[in-house]
Design a protein around this ligand. Structure first.
Ligand code: 6PG
Length: 276
């Protein structure tokens, strides 16, 4: 696993760097595989990056991005309808999808509709996870048991508790070794979620983790420090349980931590590991 920490001067530069990386990975994927399959993150951090992609895809270094060969997925989703302000799909539709010529058939949201919100949302989340896994089987025909779908790019955020996607510390979803998509719950609100699992995330060709703000500095330090020098937090579990973000170890693949100066405050005063 090749990893880098890049520090942006602020949130706007982070958005620009993330958009540029998205377009670079897309151009590589289209050149080598003829298709670009990317899983998007939710939350607030990626909003500006999606908007910058919508504004800059025509001037991409490899030429305008061919949206007809781009397929969008989600790394996780809240069990809310697309029109709900909490919807990760809704946020991407507002900032990106509604502003680029991507065919509707190339957009693969987690199917969070078709169940009665009053019903047992947790049970609905399991059914939704199974339905999304079927979507992945259809759109990644080369994937099979033991060989999960290999996204060309996954964009992730990170919580101050070390969660990523909807893989939260202590959640059974974190231990899933076979299924590609499972139900999860937000530990604070209990909100039912659906998330890609580590077998899929750790099979990704290129991963970008976006983090901004002082509240993420401690967990960013922990996420990055242990990577160089052959450390494996899973092996050090006896010392302390690894955080989900520490278990994110895409191989073979690249992992870019893209942080603003507040989230990377600790690294600015010292070397933080290889490739910085
Ligand atoms: C979600 C995300 C989640 C998010 C982090 C960071 O559904 O909320 O997938 O993993 O990336 O919680 O969120 P912010 O970007 O809002 O800080």
């Amino acid at each position: 696993m090749d990893f880098r920490l890049e520090i942006a001067k602020g949130r706007e530069e982070l958005a620009l760097l993330a958009a540029a990386r998205f377009l670079d990975v897309a151009a590589d994927a289209l050149r080598s595989r003829g298709v670009f399959r990317v899983a998007l993150a939710g939350g607030e951090t990626p909003r500006a990056a999606y908007a910058r992609i919508a504004e800059s895809w025509r001037e991409a270094p490899g030429g305008p991005l061919d949206w007809g060969r781009v397929h969008l997925f989600w790394g996780d989703e809240r069990m809310v309808p697309p029109g709900d302000a909490r919807s990760n799909f809704g946020m991407a539709r507002e900032t990106l999808i509604s502003r680029v010529p991507i065919p509707a058939g190339n957009v693969h949201p987690v199917p969070t509709t078709g169940y009665d919100a009053g019903a047992d949302a947790a049970a609905a989340a399991s059914d939704t996870a199974a339905r999304y896994e079927r979507t992945l089987r259809e759109t990644f025909p080369e994937a099979r048991e033991g060989a999960p779908p290999r996204f060309d790019l996954v964009i992730l955020g990170m919580g101050a508790d070390g969660h990523t996607a909807s893989l939260f510390p202590g959640d059974p979803a974190l231990l899933e070794e076979k299924r590609w998509v499972v139900a999860a719950r937000h530990p604070g609100s209990g909100e039912p979620r659906v998330t890609l699992t580590l077998p899929v995330l750790n099979h990704t060709a290129a991963t970008i983790v976006l983090a901004t703000g002082r509240e993420k500095a401690a967990v960013m330090e922990r996420a990055v420090r242990g990577r160089g020098h052959g450390r494996d937090p899973a092996r050090d579990a006896a010392v302390r349980p690894p955080l989900p973000i520490e278990l994110l170890r895409p191989a073979p693949g690249t992992l870019l931590f893209l942080a603003d100066e507040e989230a990377a405050a600790w690294a600015r005063s010292e070397d933080s590991g290889p490739n910085r």
